[in-house]
Write a protein that binds this ligand. Structure first.
Ligand code: SF4
Ligand code: ZN
Length: 369
């Protein structure tokens, strides 16, 4: 064992224990939902290729992410398990959920996009049985208005046979796979996020998808716990440049928001974690929009922005900055962001250069957990 492993392995065990304990509370709190209805669905205006159209987002009600249900407790910031079901959902029930949500598109003109989310991985047949997955893909394939399909999955379920199935059933539609790489740094992804897969796993998934002309939407986390604002920003910039080099076709930035019963909430409650500044998002978008090729969209729709549980600034400028980030995500025009200003930008700059929250501080805290 190397000396670095001697430091990291015990720390990882502590992180996994704390994540597991937080997750345990989530499982106990899960509600009993109607298994024939999706957790949620919504239709919104959306850019589809170079045209404007409508997209239907469906969150299927499944048993939830295999990683979150595992003995290592899931990711440090994620409470998606709370959205899942406390009982096994049958294939028929999942098909009913999809059919119910799909009716929302019955009166809509094309072009359309369908986004298939679960509280985990659409391609995991434990969450979405093969029969249900094939029913859903067949219904999409039969609808000529649908031009684009977005699916989310952890990389371990991105196999050649699954990619081949997607491509052959959905023909020449634009397909994108959302994968939460979060950070390209293995240590950060492992220790700060407890993600449970390696950079090599992600690279392999991108290659397997590419072979079937399936794009990858890389989710990049802004400000994992145990990093300063400056280090988190540096890591996110590096991650975005690297995922694009590997072959990601879209980058979606996810600034942390404080979700219930997570390790991140535990730290936040004790005043040792703050969600990222909106200025950090602006800086990240401005810099990477210039460094990354124009044909790669960089988008961000920060959850709970402007609130204490989400990315926020001083409270005065938050609304304007959030609007700027949303507009930029639609049209990729950096002028919207470069013209933003507020006095609190100086405070943010001060934080970047002076914040010195050490890993050791948090480590002591988790030992007390
Ligand atoms: S972030 Fe994704 S992989 Fe991690 S626990 Fe949540 S759903 Fe699972
Ligand atoms: Zn401000």
């Amino acid at each position: 064992m190397s000396s670095l492993d001697e430091i990291f392995n015990p720390l990882l065990s502590l992180i996994q224990k704390a994540s597991f304990d937080a997750r345990g509370k989530s499982i106990a709190k899960r509600k009993t939902r109607n298994p024939n209805l999706p957790s949620s669905k919504w239709v919104s205006d959306s850019r589809i290729g170079s045209d404007m159209g409508k997209s239907l987002a469906i969150v299927l009600n499944t048993i939830g992410c295999s990683h979150a249900r595992s003995d290592i407790g899931g990711c440090t910031m994620c409470s998606y398990l709370l959205d899942g079901s406390n009982v096994i959902i049958s294939s028929d029930q999942l098909q009913n959920q999809f059919d119910e949500a799909f009716r929302s598109l019955s009166d809509k003109d094309g072009p359309l996009a369908v986004k298939l989310y679960t509280s985990g991985s659409f391609l995991d047949s434990e969450e979405v049985p093969d029969e249900a997955r094939q029913h859903i893909l067949t219904r999409i394939a039969d609808d000529d208005r649908i031009r684009e399909v977005i699916i989310e999955s952890r990389p371990e379920y991105v196999t050649e046979s699954r990619m081949n199935e997607l491509r052959s059933m959905l023909a020449d539609r634009h397909i994108e796979l959302g994968i939460g790489i979060e950070s390209m740094n293995d240590k950060i992804r492992t220790i700060c996020i407890n993600k449970g897969f390696s950079t090599d796993d992600f690279i392999h998934a991108v290659d397997v998808a590419k072979a079937e002309r399936i794009g990858v939407r890389a989710y990049v986390l802004l400000k994992p716990p145990f990093l300063t604002e400056r280090d988190a920003l540096t890591d996110a910039k590096r991650t975005i440049n690297e995922v694009v080099e590997i072959g990601a076709t879209t980058v979606s930035i996810n600034p942390i928001n404080i979700q219930k019963d997570t390790l991140v909430e535990f730290l936040w409650n004790r005043g040792v974690y703050r969600p990222p500044w909106l200025w950090s998002i602006v800086d990240l978008l401005l810099e990477t929009r210039v460094s990354v090729s124009d044909d790669i969209n960089i988008i961000c729709d920060p959850v709970a922005a402007g609130k204490s549980r989400g990315s926020h600034n001083c409270g005065v400028c938050d609304g304007e900055i959030i609007q700027g980030i949303k507009k930029f995500s639609m049209n990729q025009d950096i002028r919207i962001l470069s013209s933003l200003s507020c006095q609190c930008k100086e405070t943010w700059k001060h934080v970047l250069s002076h914040e010195d929250v050490t890993l050791q501080t948090h480590r002591d805290l988790i030992i007390d957990y």
